[in-house]
Design a protein around this ligand. Structure first.
Ligand SMILES: Nc1ncnc2c1ncn2[C@@H]1O[C@H](COP(=O)(O)OP(=O)(O)OP(=O)(O)O)[C@@H](O)[C@H]1O
Ligand SMILES: [Mg+2]
Length: 375
């Protein structure tokens, strides 16, 4: 089996590592050559996917394709499907997810809980948004947002006008607004659905995202079993309604007794990185199993608790391996560096995972380690 992965970042790299462990050949497509995932595998195809010659070459090298982000235009995924290379998740699933506003429309129509949303294309709609949604409200770019780029919480008319400008102005298909949810916590659930439609969910985790970027993940989330069951069931229904194949990260807002879906990522997700060491089968392995037609493995945890902390770039500069010298002195800390050659403030450079008997214990050790590791 030759698995192709569209995208060469850390998610592609960790997916590739799981596929290599199963004995598959892995081909990475990345716009630019020598991507972190491409350097971890023997085969890399680079160049624009808009170029048919690049697609033909890639299709000749793989049996099945998957993706590591939701940004590839669905018509390009469909090209592979109609030329004999299956893509999982399918172009139809990605088309329902790629535009956050359409995604929420789809989920609302499927009867799933989402914040109230509206598309913002005209001055008239901009005027109506605070009337309909109240302040604070949340302004988002409908496509291409990640790590909070493209999200603004707005508390006044002046801030709304500024945020519209900062996020690129009013134009067709570009912005949406939604109700601000005063959540107690943010949760995430990894859902994996195989080609036969069997679904499993990983434990519900808490994600902490100060400044709209994920810093820390606590597994399992410190919520009641009933609330965890509600979150799992909403997440599984969402992926079933999308007929998703592969791993899906379902981000949720939580108040006791209630959850809303924030967004769904059609791929392995930062909130599931802890599963590499903390679960019987990692999200990456189960993603590979799902898209290549194998049975899924158990998502159960092998330790009572786990905490994952992202290592975010502190400033601009080249990455030095000195960080390994420091980090290797820390017992019980699972270190992952993504092999990005340049660091930037806030860029996800790697992560650590610590297992423990309690969340408090694992979190204390993970925080201490993260303070010690400078990148
Ligand atoms: N409706 C909302 N109410 C309250 N907070 C929100 C709302 N929407 C987004 N946020 C906050 O902004 C963060 C980023 O929003 P969102 O997940 O839509 O953007 P993103 O750029 O795709 O994020 P990422 O790539 O990190 O998942 C959320 O995790 C949450 O903390
Ligand atoms: Mg998000």
């Amino acid at each position: 089996m030759r698995l192709g992965i569209l995208g060469g970042g850390q998610l592609g790299k960790m997916t590739a590592m799981a596929a290599l462990q199963l004995g598959y050949d892995v081909v990475i497509w990345s716009e630019e050559a020598l991507s972190p995932a491409g350097r971890a595998t023997a085969f890399e195809v680079s160049g624009s996917l808009e170029d048919e010659a690049v697609r033909v070459k890639l299709a000749s090298l793989v049996d099945v394709l998957t993706l590591e982000n939701e940004f590839i235009p669905p018509h390009l995924l469909e090209w592979f499907e109609t030329h004999g290379t299956p893509v999982y998740p399918t172009s139809a699933t990605v088309a329902k997810i790629q535009d956050k506003w359409r995604q929420k429309q789809f989920l609302a129509e499927a009867g799933l809980p989402v914040p109230e949303t509206m598309a913002l294309e005209s001055l008239e709609e901009l005027r109506k948004a605070p009337e309909k949604l109240g302040y604070p409200l949340v302004l988002k770019t409908r496509t291409l947002g990640y790590d909070g780029r493209g999200t603004a919480v707005v508390r006044s008319p002046e801030a709304l006008a500024q945020a519209v400008d900062r996020l690129g102005g009013l134009k067709p298909g570009h912005l949406m607004a939604e109700t601000y949810i005063a959540f107690e916590r943010e949760l995430a659930v990894m859902v994996v659905r195989d080609r036969q439609g069997r679904v499993l969910t990983y434990p519900v985790v808490e994600t902490q995202q100060p400044g709209y970027i994920c810093r820390k993940v606590l597994a399992p989330a410190p919520i009641s079993p009933q609330d965890a069951e509600r979150a799992r069931s909403v997440a599984a229904s969402a992926v079933e309604s999308l007929r998703g194949v592969g791993a899906f990260g379902v981000e949720l807002f939580y108040q006791p007794g209630r959850v809303w879906i924030n967004e769904i990522a059609p791929r392995p997700h930062n909130s599931g990185h802890y599963s590499i060491e903390a679960c019987v089968t990692s999200q990456f392995e189960n993603h590979v199993r799902a898209v290549t037609g194998l049975s899924l493995g158990s998502p159960e945890m092998v330790a009572p608790c786990a905490v994952m902390v992202n290592l975010l770039g502190s400033d601009h500069g080249p990455v030095s391996e000195d960080v390994l010298v420091e980090a290797s002195a820390l017992p019980g800390v699972h270190l992952h560096l993504y092999g990005k050659r340049l660091r930037q403030p806030g860029r996800k450079m790697g992560h650590i995972t610590v297992l423990g008997q309690s969340l408090a214990e694992a979190e204390a050790r993970a925080d201490e380690a993260a303070r010690f590791i400078r990148i």
